[in-house]
Design a protein around this ligand. Sequence first.
Ligand code: HEM
Length: 136
Amino acid sequence: ATKPNSDKPSLEQSKANTEDSLFNRMGGLPTIKIVVSETIDEVSSNPKTSRSFKDIKLPKLKESVVSQICKLTGGGCEYDGETMLNSHKDAKISTAEFELFVAVFRESLSRHTNTREKNELLKILAPMKRDIVSYQ
Ligand code: HEM
């Protein structure tokens, strides 16, 4: 005799199995591309953050950041760029610069994603602070 319901997933498994990736819930690549583009356009022109971007090729940087976020959110992209430590150490980024970057990113996310997805992505990026910021 078979046990009733023995092949049904537990509540937790059921949630895990039906939960769509953050990537899909955000709206996939189109959303990531617009948010990354808006953020980099703003921080590279705002005098409080622009100095780091002076000799940087912005289209290539945007592509690299898009791939990284796509990968981190479950979109299945390849990210073949540098580690966060290696790519930011020469720029000597301050806490204030990092915080402005994140504020600009958050505002753009607010325009293009829901609150839940915005907060999930910001939570993924927050621990990178220790690799990106060199000083107070
Ligand atoms: C959570 C925040 C951040 C994330 C997720 C992030 C992500 C990235 C990624 C993926 C790259 C490309 C690395 C590669 O292609 O090898 C990069 C490079 C870069 N980032 Fe960030 N970054 C962040 C914060 C910042 C801040 C606060 C600044 C400056 C204010 C900044 C300035 C730069 C610059 C100038 C480059 C180019 C480095 C180079 O090509 O030599 N980033 N970042």
